[in-house]
Design a protein around this ligand. Structure first.
Ligand SMILES: Cc1cc2nc3c(=O)[nH]c(=O)nc-3n(C[C@H](O)[C@H](O)[C@H](O)COP(=O)(O)OP(=O)(O)OC[C@H]3O[C@@H](n4cnc5c(N)ncnc54)[C@H](O)[C@@H]3O)c2cc1C
Length: 325
């Protein structure tokens, strides 16, 4: 069978790997230039690697993710321990909290190795053409025909695509209603000795948590340590459309309260905005994908719970539906 997977985040890559391992032909289409979706890293000034999406991966033993981590990306792995402070994220009792020294994209890059992944390509429509499905780009260009399509974009983005797919309108309305928190992230390099903690949650102010990237085996570069401050949901919504200067005006004094004076004048800063970060509610994947549909929806909007393991399981669910057909 020929299958198109839309989105190279964790859900899409799990589906793609499972289907390729079962001997099928898979093409992954990804609208951005990089892999991993919201598992995202970038190089800041001075070559420092900073994770500006998911801060740390919670990996239950024997789950879907554990298999990929152990088989494909065990080198470079860091188990993040956080004395005194809980690690951000929805952790599972006893599950190790993992990161990669080279950035959180290490896992998606390893999962994509050997797969056919077409980046910088936004899929805008899926059309039924007889027995097959045609996948098309913004400009209407057709990018091949497939027996199945797996859509893994977050709620509203998936809805835009479902609106232009066979029998997609009802499902689009459901997907559009899935609520997400926005997240404004401030990445900052500060000339301080990295603290002992990995994550710090200020009790007041706009910051939900600060992560200390040195805890991921990323020592300071030229004496400058990297930090990521995630703003809370309300502050993120208020500041989403504001300038970088306005965001920094709110955040740097709060950062300085935690790190001391140098944080008021960091060596470098970057601001990253996520319109869809974490889900507040989710749909049932089985109900959203009735028998007979060959355009399947996976990803965090249809996960059984809010954790990355749940997200990964949606990719496996889609692959199993196809393999069982
Ligand atoms: C700042 C931040 C912090 C987070 N913290 C946590 C946490 O602590 N714990 C937790 O469990 N989760 C957390 N999350 C959420 C977690 O990262 C996501 O649930 C998970 O990464 C979603 O994976 P996914 O594969 O479903 O979607 P994504 O990673 O979003 O992948 C979907 C991909 O589809 C692509 N795409 C979209 N539309 C199209 C299109 N039309 N054509 C082609 N490609 C398209 C996108 O570019 C993207 O790469 C966080 C997210 C953010 C941003």
């Amino acid at each position: 069978m020929r299958i198109a997977v839309i989105g190279a985040g964790i859900a899409g890559l799990v589906a793609a790997r499972d289907l390729v391992d079962a001997g099928h032909e898979v093409v992954v289409f990804e609208k951005s230039r990089g892999l991993g979706g919201r598992m995202a890293a970038r190089r800041a000034e001075g070559e420092a690697v900073v994770d500006h999406g998911l801060p740390v991966l919670d990996v239950p033993r024997d789950g879907v993710l554990a298999g990929f981590v152990v088989d494909l990306a065990a080198d470079d792995l860091v188990e993040v321990v956080a004395p005194g402070e809980p690690v951000p994220g929805r952790s599972t009792e006893g599950a190790p909290q993992l990161a990669w020294a080279s950035g959180m994209t290490r896992l998606p890059k390893a999962m994509a190795h050997g797969l056919e992944v077409v980046t910088a390509t936004r899929i805008a429509a899926i059309r039924a053409d007889g027995d097959v499905l045609e996948v098309a780009q913004d400009q209407g260009n057709t990018l091949g025909t497939y027996d199945w399509v797996v859509v893994t974009a977050p709620g509203a983005q998936a809805a835009d695509l479902l609106d232009h797919s066979p029998r997609g309108a009802v499902r689009a309305a459901d997907m559009r209603a899935v609520a997400y928190d926005m997240a404004v992230m401030v990445l900052a390099g500060v000339a301080v000795e990295p603290p002992e903690w990995f994550a710090h949650r200020p009790l007041t102010g706009p910051i939900a948590y600060i992560t200390n990237e040195a805890a991921k085996d990323r020592p300071p570069v030229d004496g400058v340590a990297s930090f990521v401050a995630r703003l809370g949901a309300d502050a993120s919504e208020d500041l989403m459309e504001e300038s970088d200067a306005a965001v920094l005006g709110e955040v740097l004094p709060a950062l300085a309260k935690v790190l001391g004076k140098p944080a008021t004048k960091p060596a470098w800063t970057q601001v990253k905005r996520w319109r869809y970060s974490t889900t507040r509610d989710r749909l049932d994947q089985g109900a959203l994908n009735p028998e007979g549909t060959r355009v399947l929806v996976a990803g965090d909007a249809v996960a059984a719970g809010p954790r990355m393991e749940d997200v990964a399981a949606t990719g496996r669910w889609a692959a199993q539906r196809i393999l069982g057909s």
